[in-house]
Ligand binder design. Structure first.
Ligand code: HPA
Ligand code: ZN
Length: 323
């Protein structure tokens, strides 16, 4: 049943989608040591700080346009094989620069991988530039300016990733103003590692149409009601929440409670190999926990397409594929 459901993924960090196998091949190519974050065929980390170390270590091994083309193509063809018809990937100019790549070369490499995957599988993809919160407001504003220059037509959104608990969200409001003024879609990580207040502050200071995670809004019934009333879409990543121990199990995960309260919810995999997940696995977690049938699951895909940062003709084609 899960395999037949058409899927859409709104929340996946492209460097976090690199399999340990691919990262080990990159390490051989560049003569690097990955033993501090890969053991055998898996990533090794035990908390968010160690996760970020593994994430940054893997990202540092993608150093050319071709490396990023191959990464995007392999990720997208992998999820297309799971019946995904649409994906948005978070792309980070700061990670490109740290690996010695210009943002332009990085975007071009990713775009050629996106084009190759589209040609082979039909999957559509757009890019969301993210600033990294724990690098500080200046870096996040620089990322916003890069995105606001509209360096590639497949870049349609701006967001903020990284450590949610770093600084105050108001410190980053200017970056989001820059991106919004440039016509980009807006999303922000909040309410995964930080509590309900982080979601409220994100709504107040950033005015996003979507929130990355947002699940800890469940701690505050008034906030849940506000999310429902304002139609803000949550990019929920249950596998990430379980791996980071935000909730102990799916029985206590708030996805279904948020949905029943009228909040628009979608399913995504965040950093799939780190969290032992994939887009199909996320749909299966939800179906197993709450008995969703194919029509219900397709409804979450429809919510995602409706909230996608994509042009209207493409949105109409994608919605048509769900009919
Ligand atoms: N959470 C926050 N920031 C991130 C993540 C994540 O899962 N992956 C890469 N940056
Ligand atoms: Zn994320």
């Amino acid at each position: 049943m899960i395999a037949d459901v058409k899927k859409a993924e709104l929340h996946c960090h492209i460097e976090g989608a690199a399999s340990p196998e691919l990262v080990k091949a990159q390490a051989v190519k560049y003569g690097a040591d990955v033993s501090s974050f890969i053991a055998g065929d898996g990533y090794v980390w035990s908390d968010f700080t160690e996760f970020l170390h593994a994430y940054d270590g893997a990202a540092a091994l993608f150093r050319s346009e071709e490396d990023y083309a191959a990464l995007a193509q392999s990720y997208l063809e992998g999820i297309a094989a799971e019946n995904a018809i649409y994906a948005e990937i978070f792309v980070s100019p700061d990670h490109a620069l740290a690996a010695g790549l210009s943002p332009e070369t990085y975007f071009n490499g990713l775009a050629s991988g996106i084009g190759a995957a589209r040609a082979s599988s039909g999957i559509e993809c757009r890019m969301i530039v993210v600033g990294i919160r724990h690098l500080g407001a200046e870096k996040v504003e620089a990322a916003a300016r890069i995105a606001a220059d509209r360096p590639h037509p497949l870049i349609t959104g701006f967001g903020m990733a990284g450590e949610e608990r770093f600084g105050r969200v108001s410190d980053f409001a200017r970056a989001f103003d820059i991106a919004r003024d440039a016509g980009l879609g807006i999303t922000i990580h909040a309410g995964e590692l930080d509590g309900a207040d982080s979601v409220r502050n994100a709504l107040d200071h950033v005015r996003p149409s979507r929130i990355g995670h947002g699940v800890r809004a469940i701690e505050d019934p008034d906030l849940v009601q506000r999310l429902a009333e304002e139609g803000v879409v949550l990019e929920v990543c249950p596998g990430s929440n379980l791996a980071l121990q935000v909730f102990p199990d799916m029985a206590t995960h708030p996805f279904d409670r948020l949905h029943r309260a009228g909040v628009k919810v979608t399913l995504s995999s965040d950093d799939p190999p780190h969290f032992h997940s994939s887009i199909a696995h996320e749909y299966k977690l939800a179906a197993d926990a709450w008995g969703y049938d194919a029509a219900k699951l397709t409804g979450f895909t429809r919510t995602a397409i409706e909230a996608a940062f994509v042009d209207e003709p493409t949105r109409a084609i994608l919605l048509g594929q769900l009919a």
